[in-house]
Design a binder for this molecule. Structure first.
Ligand code: GLA
Length: 433
């Protein structure tokens, strides 16, 4: 916490981060583009942020995840150029347009390294070419995003995916279809290039769930993503019909996926899999878990107990995800016993991430506890952890009560004020104008 962050007082009003309407997004990005580049863009594309309902730190282990796309989106007004220059601008950088050369940029740690958010945009062009989808041309682009930055809601994946669908269209790659009639196989290829941009250009060793969510979700549905083979199923997730809301609590606690903690979790999983003689931890099924944990304990590894807890989280989390998918997949309203079961799975996921995977932080734990005490059916951290956001499954008429309870708990703990979002399952990346 820094001294400049606002301190909430108990009883202060919860602040909700609004999503721009499509029209507002088009206008904001187009105006910025015209102001900075003096001409009209070829079009405006967008891609959403995401929250993951359950299935955390499973993607790089070949397991299941269950994200939804948010109504909060990155909007990109873009115009193709005839040369190989890339010029980028955002509201924060409008006084100095960043200029890059598609032939000179390269991975993090090389002379062509691209800094800050430019890595997510220029990086996708670079990655598409590395993946054999070029040669592309340069472009001018203006970014206007309402995905909260650093909130663990995949603001960077939104940027990558907006760039990918825009370049797909202006460079005629023919891979995305439209948001209404998506070409899912083509989108899966674009996702791979977005992941490459994030891993290699931005240097974040993430697993790909975020990009898949932004590109392959459907409105009104959660995305069952099998990270072993990249296959997806669209699971009905119309919470409003059951009088429910998925409330996002942005803790405002700083999180980073490039500071080594995320990478340390990932490499612990890889070492555990190696000791167990499997390719990925998803190969250990629930029934074989105890035996696997015993073998890790006896492996002689210096950090054997850490490998045990990390493995227990991953394997149990994949089972919880499978259980929630089977509760949801018939599309019947989530009420009564089924609602209680869904909430219990979310709670158990958080406990596993807190105790076994050790990726929560006080702000996440307090948000989750306060939400549960104020009547949430279930609550958990979402995304990579170490800060970022939590989600709570609440009755729609209790959203205000739960949000106020979290604000009050933050005030009592001396934390900076959180922000809130309403996570309505929304459309995947596409073109707006
Ligand atoms: C971050 C990463 C994802 C995934 C989650 C944890 O959001 O970008 O790839 O690993 O953490 O589930």
């Amino acid at each position: 916490m820094t001294l400049t962050e606002p301190q909430p007082a108990a009883g202060s009003e919860p602040v909700f981060s609004p999503a721009l309407s499509p029209q507002e997004g088009v206008e904001a990005a187009t105006t910025l583009f015209r102001d900075c580049f003096g001409a009209a863009p070829d079009g405006v594309w967008y891609a959403p942020g995401r929250v993951n309902v359950i299935g955390e730190h499973t993607d790089y282990n070949g397991g299941l995840a269950l994200p939804i796309a948010l109504p909060h989106r990155a909007h990109l007004a873009l115009r193709r150029r005839e040369d190989r220059t890339i010029r980028l601008v955002s509201p924060q950088t409008r006084e100095s347009i960043d200029v890059l050369d598609l032939d000179a940029i390269g991975p993090k740690g090389t002379p062509g390294e691209v800094r800050h958010w430019n890595a997510y945009v220029a990086g996708v062009a670079w990655a598409l070419e590395r993946d054999g989808l070029g040669p592309l041309s340069g472009f001018d682009a203006a970014l206007y995003s309402c995905v909260p930055l650093g909130g663990g809601l995949s603001s960077s994946a939104a940027l990558e995916c907006a760039t990918a669908v825009a370049l797909n269209d202006v460079c005629s790659l023919g891979l995305a279809g439209t948001a209404q009639e998506p070409d899912d196989a083509g989108r899966a290829r674009l996702v791979n290039s977005c992941i490459r941009a994030e891993n290699e250009m931005a240097g974040a060793p993430t697993g790909g769930m975020d990009q898949s969510a932004s590109m392959r979700c459907r409105a009104g549905h959660a995305l069952e993503l099998d990270c072993r083979d990249g296959s997806v199923t669209h699971v009905p997730f119309d919470l409003a019909a059951a009088g429910l809301t998925l409330l996002v609590i942005d803790t405002k606690a700083k999180h980073s996926l490039v500071d080594g903690q995320y990478g340390a979790r990932r490499s612990a999983c890889e070492r555990a899999a190696e000791i167990l003689g499997v390719e990925l931890l998803a190969d250990i099924t629930g029934g074989a878990l105890e035996d696997a944990l015993g073998r890790l304990r006896e492996s002689g590894a210096a950090d054997a107990e850490v490998l045990v807890t990390r493995t227990r989280h991953v394997v149990s989390e994949i089972d919880r995800t499978r259980d929630l998918v089977s509760l949801l997949q018939d599309g019947a309203p989530l009420v009564g016993e089924r609602l209680a079961r869904a909430g219990a799975l979310m709670d158990a996921s958080h406990e596993s991430l807190r105790v076994d995977y050790e990726v929560t932080c006080p702000e996440l734990d307090v948000a989750v506890e306060a939400a549960r005490e104020a009547g949430a059916h279930g609550a958990r951290m979402t995304g990579g952890g170490f800060g970022g956001s939590a989600i709570a499954l609440v009755d729609s008429d209790a959203v205000d009560t739960v949000a106020r309870a979290v604000v009050d708990a933050y005030a009592a703990h001396g934390f900076a004020a959180p922000a809130f979002l309403n996570a309505v399952p929304s459309a995947p990346a596409g073109r707006l104008a």
